[in-house]
Design a binder for this molecule. Structure first.
Ligand SMILES: [Zn+2]
Length: 261
């Protein structure tokens, strides 16, 4: 989050994997712990699908990125911006290496739910969508819009590659006690997950109603925006991206209501 750095290859950047890691070539090369070779092949497939689909949906040249599949025992030396390691089991995107990289764990943290055949690919495509968005300069936006974009993009990739989401969506708790607009951080991991899940439901519903064209519009609108986006502007950008009837639809959605103060 925060300001996107330049996409220019910078001084002092390095490509570093923990010692002994191997590389699986592909549209997105995967550097992996040798004991995770099977998982590396599975992820390589999701990464190629997502990279290709997002390039098409957004009409952009996909960014040059890599993925690191990091074993828990090496998590503390995984590439990252901050000095302290992030919690294990949580994938993230980092520009601390060249090319920028998705860092993926051998096993997703148990906070990821629901657990279905769609959980892992959706998670990979979510991080990939962040990578696409941050391939250009982006201003700050409210949390709901910042995470709605990758959640709806991951659902759009699922549609393109024929991964059914019905079961996954049916297992999401629709009333966690907040909506996407009144969710406030810092929050515990479970509430974060509920927030992300509400955004996935909203994104899948938007795809159903408007098709995937709104993703092209919202990514490009965010790249064109040069002032910090507040709540009102965020709503306007998304409503415009959805197209005719977008605003009415958005404010009618239960996930988007403003809760009690
Ligand atoms: Zn995210």
């Amino acid at each position: 989050m925060g300001r996107a750095g330049s996409t220019v290859a910078a001084r002092g950047r390095r490509e570093t994997a923990p010692p002994g890691y191997e590389c699986l070539d592909g549209e997105v090369p995967v550097l992996y712990a040798p004991r995770l070779a099977g998982k590396a092949r599975e992820l390589s497939g999701y990464l190629a699908q997502g990279h290709r689909a997002l390039g098409q949906i957004l009409s952009v040249e996909p960014p040059r990125i890599a993925a690191y599949l990091v074993a828990d025992e090496n998590w503390s030396v995984a590439p990252r911006e901050n000095a302290r390691p992030y919690p294990t089991g949580l994938p993230y995107f980092t520009r601390s290496v060249d090319p920028p990289a998705l860092v993926l764990p051998g096993e997703l943290s148990p906070v990821f739910r629901p657990r279905t055949a769609a959980t892992l690919p959706l998670t990979v495509w979510h991080e990939l969508a962040h990578a696409f968005l941050l391939g250009r300069e982006v201003v700050r936006t409210p949390a709901w819009l910042r995470e709605f974009v990758p959640q709806s993009a991951s659902a759009a990739v699922a549609r393109r590659v024929g991964l059914p989401l019905e079961e996954h969506l049916s297992r999401i708790e629709r009333e966690p006690g907040f909506t996407v607009r009144d969710f406030r951080g810092p929050a515990g991991a479970e509430d974060q997950m509920s927030f992300q899940n509400l955004l996935l439901v909203l994104g899948a519903a938007a795809l159903e109603e408007f098709g995937e064209g709104f993703l092209h519009s919202i990514f490009h609108a965010l790249w064109d925006e040069d002032e910090i986006v507040d709540g009102e502007r965020a709503e306007e950008l998304l409503a415009d991206a959805l197209g005719p009837g977008g605003r009415e639809w958005l404010v009618s959605r239960p996930e988007f209501q403003e809760g009690p103060p």
